[in-house]
Design a protein around this ligand. Structure first.
Ligand SMILES: NC(=O)c1ccc[n+]([C@@H]2O[C@H](COP(=O)([O-])OP(=O)(O)OC[C@H]3O[C@@H](n4cnc5c(N)ncnc54)[C@H](O)[C@@H]3O)[C@@H](O)[C@H]2O)c1
Length: 319
């Protein structure tokens, strides 16, 4: 299968690392930054395409790893060409743009999957399973925390919130998606964020969600933690508590004079990004529905944008 990656920055490389493990995948790419593209070609032995048109001619499926505000333009190009589309989260920067992508994919009968990869992180997947099988009884209170240092990205686009949506749209959306998937629809929310007033730069946000079920969650997201990337959740219910802290799970730490990093604690084929992209390709090959749809991406986006609105206005927003 020929997979065409658009954008060879952070996520383009993260995805290529996974495709590289799949013997049936031939990788191609289109990237407007020639230097970054050349490094990608050398690292992954990928086939260079000099334009999106060339990539659409060459590839069987397309994987869009572009800055969020560029998703709509390229998603529509892919859908018009009739190629199955994997699109990184968030689906788009606005509800109208996201809805147009979902509608276009449906009208053209093109498979569309959104990269809400947290559903494939083992602790998050298992916690959902345990909640659904009644392990904690009736869920009452959930806390999540996600974040690390501010992402740089190419040309600093993350720090321009008109492009990235700040920490609520770019980071907390992972938890909004997982929470909605696990605990059902959100009724209303209230959010405070640093970025709501600045509109640029590092950001921190705290959002309180009330679910239709009556459960309450608070979701913390930060780009202001220089201590390294960390995820945390706890779920309290009538029968008990589940807790996870990525900083407390055993992983091999390597430290040099320049940096320190944790070795992955998962086997290569259990990597969440591997599972996510394999699931997409399997759906395309078998014609079965994709596991995370455009509609799922739209629901998560609506929660994140409602949080952004609440953070700006200081008011509770009903969904
Ligand atoms: N699922 C996750 O865990 C996760 C993590 C980080 C980022 N993301 C999402 O992935 C997407 C990409 O983020 P990133 O961190 O890879 O950004 P990035 O800035 O590192 O990479 C974007 C790449 O796209 C290229 N590009 C930009 N505009 C282009 C155009 N018009 N034509 C061709 N190439 C173009 C840039 O040169 C750059 O190489 C974003 O939507 C982001 O929210 C997801």
């Amino acid at each position: 299968m020929k997979v065409g990656v658009v954008g060879t920055g952070g996520m383009g490389n993260a995805h290529a690392r996974q495709y590289h493990k799949m013997s049936e995948v031939e990788l191609g790419y289109y990237e407007r930054n020639l230097g970054r593209g050349e490094t990608f070609r050398q690292n992954w032995g990928a086939h260079l395409c000099n334009s999106i048109e060339e990539l659409l001619d060459w590839a069987d499926v397309i994987d869009v790893c572009l800055p969020t505000d560029a998703h709509p333009e390229f998603a529509h190009r892919v859908i018009e060409a009739g190629k199955p589309l994997f699109l990184e989260k968030p689906i788009a920067r606005t509800v109208d743009a996201a809805q147009a992508i979902v509608d276009a994919a449906k009208a053209a009968n093109v498979p569309l999957m959104i990269g809400h990869v947290v559903r494939y992180f083992p602790e998050f997947a298992l916690a959902r399973q345990m909640v659904q099988s009644g392990s904690v009884g009736k869920p009452a209170a959930i806390r999540t925390r996600r974040g690390g240092p501010a992402p740089t990205g190419s040309s600093g686009w993350f720090m321009d919130h008109s492009r990235s949506g700040g920490v609520l749209l770019d980071l907390a959306i992972h938890d909004f998606d997982w929470l909605q998937w696990t605990f059902g629809d959100v009724k209303f929310l209230y959010s405070r964020s640093v970025g709501a007033t600045t509109g640029h730069g590092p950001d921190y946000a705290l959002t309180t969600l009330t679910f239709e079920s009556g459960a309450v969650a608070h979701v913390e997201a930060t780009w202001m933690d220089p201590g390294g990337f960390r995820t945390y959740f706890d779920i309290a219910g009538s029968e008990g508590l589940l807790e996870f802290d990525s900083k407390k799970t055993p992983a091999l730490k390597t430290v040099t004079t320049e940096s320190s990093s944790y070795e992955p604690s998962l086997a290569p084929f259990d990597d969440p990004y591997f599972l996510e992209l394999s699931a997409f390709l399997a759906s395309v090959q078998t014609g079965s529905p994709v596991p995370i749809t455009g509609e799922d991406g739209l629901v998560a986006l609506k929660i994140a944008l409602a949080a952004l609105e609440s953070a700006k206005t200081g008011k509770v927003v009903t969904l």
